[in-house]
Design a protein around this ligand. Structure first.
Ligand code: PLP
Length: 476
């Protein structure tokens, strides 16, 4: 399998080359040249693999369709090492539970940091360690986080050979639980940098360091952001697992609703559907930051300025532009790299906006590709959390609540099972649960008292040179 750039660069690459890279050289995102097709017989085999051998076996079969530069035995071992009951809490890894008639929740948040990002990041940690060892190389991951991504990256990379993590976060602005999750890690290769500033300052520092090409090369700086194809590919697997669990024994269609921010999670659903998984609808759920909902309703993609990017109670969806969206648009415009380049590099780059409302392909978003969308607000989240608790005795997190709210509105054919992806556990957003229910969510036993553990964190001013000096001092 070869990979190409969404912006038409002629070069083709193999999986392990793009694994350690960010953007393609022309600024595009990597996608496979073709989507491997799963016919009925192949789907039956995948069903059997999941039911009889488990999630790791399913993951291995799907990943092998896209990865041909890691020997099969090694890839199988990497999957087996990643997707264990010990790390993800259940034999199913992503168990499905019913909420109401025909509406299901797929639990993706039982990994080490209680958010779905673990599903991909845990695999990425093992893939990085494997590939770096094979090449005799090292990698220093520099990132900025306001919560979920940073902790998922740290828990995936802790103790891994050849990898260090330098994770900046805004000092004093993460929830006590999130701070404790990250800062309690005592592994030598994990460095928490609490920056005296806001999240944007952290992001600016990461950008400035990445733009210093000499420093970047000298210290082998890399990232683990959501545009990494390996992360997206890992996420394709749980769409198959959700489908298999919802349709035991009959080959009907299902729909998925996905609480969305950077469009990474739902883009994996798009890939699964392009492979032939019988998905009816892919429902994009946004919060008040509704750039994606606006596109799927109107055909206008309008990046938000920072003063129009709101801080909400589903903070992991507070985005102003969706970094993975270009992948879907590339498929939508018939894989025309020049056109994608014009829309994103020239269009979004220049004006932050493009308009496909008058273009025939816009009809395909819902028709050929099955996308619909909806939006949820703070009041909707509170109401949905309350209703779900009162009627079903279940507490769902704020992001999942956005999903459930929009899923009910956009279900379409009620005979088609609707699966809402649970992207985090409620304990991560306890304040809003308290506001909705007047009680705190349960805390998994392994997180009892983590706020009291010793913290490993370095406080630094929002100063690029100071961050560079810290990295340099901890790299040799
Ligand atoms: C990252 C995240 C999202 C958004 O996922 P995307 O892939 O960026 O669309 C939703 N919910 C939670 C809890 C997250 O951590």
């Amino acid at each position: 399998m070869q990979y190409l750039s969404t912006r038409g660069h002629p070069e083709r690459k193999r999986f392990c080359d793009i694994l350690l890279e960010g953007l393609a050289p022309d600024g595009g995102l990597y996608l496979p040249e073709t989507y491997p097709q799963i016919d009925d017989a192949a789907l039956t085999q995948l069903r059997r693999a999941y039911n009889e051998e488990g999630y790791a076996a399913l993951a291995f079969r799907i990943l092998s369709l896209y990865i041909d530069d890691i020997p099969a035995a090694d890839l199988k071992a990497l999957c087996a090492k990643t997707y264990t009951q010990e790390v993800f809490g259940t034999k199913e890894i992503v168990p499905l539970r019913q909420l109401e008639d025909g509406l299901w929740i797929e639990a993706l948040s039982n990994g080490p940091t209680l958010a779905f990002k673990d599903m991909a990041m845990q695999l990425l940690g093992n893939l990085f360690e494997y590939e770096l060892a094979r090449r005799g190389e090292e990698l220093n991951i520099l990132g900025a986080t306001s919560g979920d991504t940073g902790s998922a990256a740290e828990y995936a990379m802790r103790g891994k050979q050849g990898v260090r993590v330098f994770m900046t976060s805004p000092h004093g602005r993460m929830s006590p639980f999130q701070q404790a999750q990250m800062f309690s890690l005592q592994d030598e290769n994990i460095h928490n940098l609490a920056i005296e500033g806001v999240f944007d300052d952290c992001q600016d520092i990461v950008k400035a360091v990445s733009n210093d090409h000499a420093f970047k090369a000298r210290y082998k700086i890399g990232t683990v952001n959501s545009i990494n194809w390996a992360r997206l590919l890992a996420q394709v697997v749980y769409y198959f697992a959700g489908y298999i669990q919802a349709t035991q024994g009959n080959e009907q269609k299902v729909s998925f609703t996905v609480p969305s921010g950077n469009f990474g999670n739902i883009c994996a659903g798009h890939v699964a559907r392009q492979m032939g998984l019988p998905i009816d609808r892919l429902v994009v759920a946004t919060n008040e930051n509704d750039v994606l909902d606006e596109f799927f309703r109107t055909g206008v993609y309008q990046v938000r300025a920072s003063e129009h990017t709101y801080e909400t109670s589903s903070p992991s969806m507070d985005i102003s532009k969706a970094s993975n969206f270009e992948r879907f648009v590339f498929d939508l415009v018939g894989r025309d790299g020049a056109r994608t380049q014009a829309l994103f590099a020239d269009g979004v780059g220049r004006a932050g906006r493009f308009d496909l409302s008058q273009d025939a392909v816009f009809q395909d978003t819902a028709g050929k590709y099955g996308f619909v969308s909806g939006k949820s607000t703070h009041a909707d989240r509170l109401a949905t959390i309350r209703d779900t608790y009162q009627r079903f005795g279940q507490i769902i997190d704020t992001h999942t609540a956005d999903g459930v709210k929009v899923a009910r509105e956009r279900r379409g054919d009620l005979a088609v099972p609707m699966i809402v992806l649970e992207t985090a556990l409620p304990i991560k957003f306890a304040e809003t649960i308290q506001e909705a229910l007047g009680r705190a969510p349960e805390r998994p036993a392994r997180f009892e008292g983590i706020e009291l553990l010793p913290k490993r964190v370095q406080q630094l001013p929002a100063d690029v040179e100071r961050v560079k000096a810290y990295i340099a001092a901890h790299c040799d």
